[in-house]
Write a protein that binds this ligand. Structure first.
Ligand code: DC
Length: 218
């Protein structure tokens, strides 16, 4: 075990691979703690937006971390005690989160906060550097993957449900481009850890994907 009595499961993967849904469901089934690391970058982006800072004011952003309080209740996110779960999903905040996630000082400052979620009986942590940087000693590492086409179909469905009809071919191009950027970026690129079990969930339901992970635990 990564630390006495605490079982840590780290899940990485590209955007749209379903890692959020899978990690959340898995933590419920196992009765483990849950960490959505992307929500941390998102809530910091919201705080930066509220304080009218610019994404490249690296030092000020790290300073800001000492002034704000980020907390979670399962999949709900709080900034200074206020529930900001939907605000952090807005497009402008997503874009800002993606920019500040490239700030190395910030990433370093967040390590111990993220690691503090590893508590008894266990943790399911999700996000792009969970297997490689934040929990390199995780007991189980999963790289959840799905083809660009499958991920585009899922995104298309989500957008239709929200009332936005977009061309699926455009989504394929967009997602392929985002993958390229994610893999080629200088800081914390999306890489597959040597110890990670790769699960491609094309055509698999959430339940089937979870069963594959449970089989690995057993
Ligand atoms: O997974 P998400 O879309 O909620 O993540 C929000 C942003 O934060 C996204 O640009 C990826 C980035 N991120 C990161 O750099 N490292 C993580 N461990 C999690 C998310």
């Amino acid at each position: 075990m990564s630390s006495e009595d605490t079982f840590t499961i780290a899940i990485d993967g590209p955007a749209g691979s379903g890692k959020g849904t899978i990690a959340k469901e898995l933590s419920k089934i196992l009765n483990y703690h849950y960490l959505d690391s992307g929500a941390i970058y998102r809530v910091i982006a919201l705080a930066i937006h509220n304080k009218k800072l610019e994404f490249n004011q690296e030092k000020k952003i790290v300073e800001l971390l000492k002034e704000i309080e980020i907390s979670f209740e399962f999949d709900k996110t709080f900034l200074d005690g206020k529930d900001v779960s939907s605000e952090i999903r807005e497009e402008s905040i997503s874009k800002l989160a993606s920019k500040i996630a490239q700030n190395q000082e910030l990433r370093k400052s967040l390590l111990s906060f993220q690691r503090s979620f590893a508590k008894k009986p266990g943790l399911v942590a999700e996000g792009r550097d969970m297997t490689t940087v934040v929990f390199p000693g995780a007991d189980l590492k999963i790289y959840l993957d799905a083809s660009v086409e499958e991920r585009s179909k899922r995104r298309h469905k989500q957008l239709i449900l929200k009332g936005n009809n977009v061309n699926i071919a455009n989504l394929v191009t967009e997602i392929a481009l985002r993958d390229k950027q994610d893999k080629e970026r200088v800081h914390s690129p999306l890489v597959i850890d040597d110890e990670a079990h790769i699960i491609n969930n094309d055509g698999l339901s959430v339940e089937e994907t979870i069963n594959k992970i449970l089989a690995l635990i057993n």
